[in-house]
Design a protein around this ligand. Structure first.
Ligand SMILES: Nc1nc2c(ncn2[C@@H]2O[C@H](COP(=O)(O)OP(=O)(O)OP(=O)(O)O)[C@@H](O)[C@H]2O)c(=O)[nH]1
Ligand SMILES: [Mg+2]
Length: 319
């Protein structure tokens, strides 16, 4: 073989293989989605570009395998209600990873939680101020030692319908809770980031905890009427959604140096609208929650025998 074509590195006796390492064992089947599209009055839309529902400026979008794993994680075991607390000091002790949902009253936090957990477990209302306590739910079952795999908190909202005392307790939680791995700030896609959201973002940045914005009720932008839109109308609506996502980036992380805990992506979702058998953006939010808690599926390449690095001289016969 011509020495010019010789590789500089040669792998001897190595059989490279892909091994999929799951962080959690999964049964071969997922529990059926209890809130199935058939119960929804809205239509299913075909050939929808789901990648348009998120904007990643600093992260990689999840792979199909990661989305499947996230979906199964949430469906494998039924979620359970753990506790409600009015004040930070009355919260139950926790040693499981936690993520929480924050946002203005009526932003859709409790509805999103129900969609993520496939169960109407959190109270919702068309009137702002429905959730008055900090409510914790366990997702994904428990470890062998009985520890919950993931705990999700639904919080009272701020802004119209909210109360100052709720804000005080939420801030205490954000500042002091050791198990908090990620904060998801829900922003209504129709209204965008409001002043009260900006104030909360400034406080979260100050505390230095990881956070990410989720655009809720994206169906209202993309499918304002339940009818299937024409391709042109759909394109215009997705462009509108993209502009909203770009404005979120500006509010969250105007330049990539200024991260302060920001996860460099925005996900748009809907708790009500189904596309091709899935709720809009829900698996993507599930993945983001697992990633915050270090529970996401990470495929890894495993070499079954060690790699030997051979010097160039030895390969070309000059050694
Ligand atoms: N179209 C649409 N409506 C939604 C969606 N999510 C929630 N809603 C509606 O928005 C209203 C408020 O929803 P909630 O989930 O109670 O909002 P919340 O943020 O928990 O509100 P508070 O508990 O008051 O802070 C309800 O009427 C929901 O039906 C969505 O994805 N699409
Ligand atoms: Mg609520």
């Amino acid at each position: 073989m011509s020495s010019k074509l010789q590789p500089y590195l040669r792998i001897r006796h190595a059989q490279a293989g892909l091994s999929k390492t799951c962080h959690r064992s999964l049964a071969s089947h997922a529990a059926p989605d209890r809130l199935h599209p058939q119960s929804s009055k809205l239509h299913t839309v075909r050939a929808f570009p789901t990648s348009a529902l998120s904007y990643h400026w600093d992260t990689l979008p999840p792979t199909p395998a990661q989305l499947t794993h996230a979906s199964r994680f949430f469906k494998l075991q039924p979620p359970t209600f753990l506790w409600s607390a009015e004040k930070f000091k009355t919260m139950d002790f926790g040693d499981s990873p936690e993520v929480c949902f924050l946002g203005r009253s009526n932003a859709g936090k409790s509805s999103l939680l129900n969609a993520l957990l496939c169960k109407n477990i959190a109270h919702t209302s068309s009137k702002p101020g429905r959730t008055r306590l900090m409510n914790a739910f366990a997702v994904g079952g428990s470890e062998d030692n009985g520890k919950n795999r993931l705990v999700v908190l639904d919080m009272p909202g701020y802004g119209k319908g909210g109360r100052a005392e709720w804000g005080t307790q939420i801030m205490k939680y954000l500042e002091k809770r050791k198990e908090l791995k990620g904060t998801f700030l829900l922003v209504d896609a129709e209204h965008g980031v409001k002043k009260s959201d900006q104030q909360l973002l400034a406080m979260i940045k100050d505390i230095g905890i990881p956070y990410q914005v989720i655009l809720s009720k994206a169906d209202k932008i993309v499918f304002p009427r339940s009818r299937k839109p024409s391709p042109k109308a759909l394109e215009a609506r997705l462009s509108g959604l993209r502009r909203t996502m770009e404005s979120v980036k500006e509010a969250v992380q105007p330049d990539s140096e200024d991260d302060g805990g920001a996860v460099g992506e925005v996900i748009a979702c809907s708790s009500e609208k189904w596309i091709e058998g899935k709720r809009m953006g829900i698996d993507e939010v599930r993945f983001a929650m697992l990633r915050a808690a270090n529970l996401e599926y990470r495929p890894s390449i495993r070499l079954t025998s060690p790699v030997e690095i051979v010097p160039h001289e030895e390969i070309s016969g000059h050694g």
